[in-house]
Design a protein around this ligand. Structure first.
Ligand SMILES: [Mg+2]
Length: 249
């Protein structure tokens, strides 16, 4: 069946696009950096060896998957304090007072609008808990792109293990609940997204606007790595335009 989507796009199939939230849509770097300072403030009292990393140094380490305790040690903490630092950081980083530091990735709303206008059916999949997601959806006004039944997140009380395990589980659940799309894509910024997509045979596009660098994403053989969600939508639109051109006699 040919479905008229917009004046410019005619698709012969239904396309689903699963978007991760932090990385493609939200930038959490300022929140993480504030928490980094808070942890050093609490642990580093009377410690003259503390050497605070700049935001770009800190974020580069996060993107390269350097463990928290090592980030603590590189900031002048002892190995024991590094362990404490990692524990404290875990407690604080998703807590309410810090969520307000999250920012919308420039161009993300326009990208979602273009995806929607092209007829892609959007689903959100995030490791945020319900309350953390609700805060950001309303503050960034992006809830309108994702009906409630197309939002996959962690429950407020749900036990978390590791993203690389929790996300594939969430994806497996989504596969039993989402419509059967002829083509399904996922856009995300971490190995957990790639693993979740690969586990269900979903094509994955990695974005560099989040918490992983290119080598970290490359290790999981994405279809493509691009800078932003906007560029990922461009890739999809080009792919479908090219397929359409091939199908025409
Ligand atoms: Mg993410």
């Amino acid at each position: 069946m040919i479905r008229a989507v917009t004046q410019d796009h005619y698709m012969t199939e239904t396309v689903g696009l699963i978007a991760d939230f932090d990385g493609p849509i939200a930038d959490v770097s300022e929140r993480y950096y504030r928490v980094y300072h808070e942890c050093l403030d609490r642990l580093g009292e009377e410690n003259s060896r503390i050497k605070r990393l700049s935001k770009s140094e800190f974020w580069q380490l996060k993107r390269a998957r350097v463990p928290e305790r090592e980030i603590g040690q590189r900031s002048g903490l002892t190995p024991e304090q590094g362990q404490e630092f990692a524990k404290l950081r875990r407690e604080l980083v998703h807590s309410q007072p810090y969520l307000k530091y999250d920012q919308l990735i420039p161009g993300a709303i326009a990208a979602l609008e273009r995806a929607q206008a092209a007829g892609f059916e959007l689903t959100l999949m995030t490791m945020r808990r319900e309350r953390e997601l609700a805060e950001a959806l309303s503050r960034f006004d992006v809830g309108r792109f994702f009906p409630e039944e197309r939002r996959y997140c962690m429950g407020n009380q749900e036990v978390k293990t590791a993203d690389t395990q929790d996300k594939p589980r969430l994806m497996a659940r989504a596969m039993t609940e989402l419509p059967r799309y002829e083509t399904l894509w996922m856009v995300g910024d971490t190995e957990a997204d790639a693993i979740a997509a690969n586990s269900q045979g979903i094509q994955f596009i990695g974005v560099l606007s989040g918490i992983r660098d290119r080598p970290s994403l490359q290790a999981h053989h994405p279809y493509k790595i691009v800078n932003t969600l906007s560029e990922a939508v461009d890739v999809l639109l080009e792919t479908f335009t090219a397929q359409k051109a091939q199908q025409q006699p």
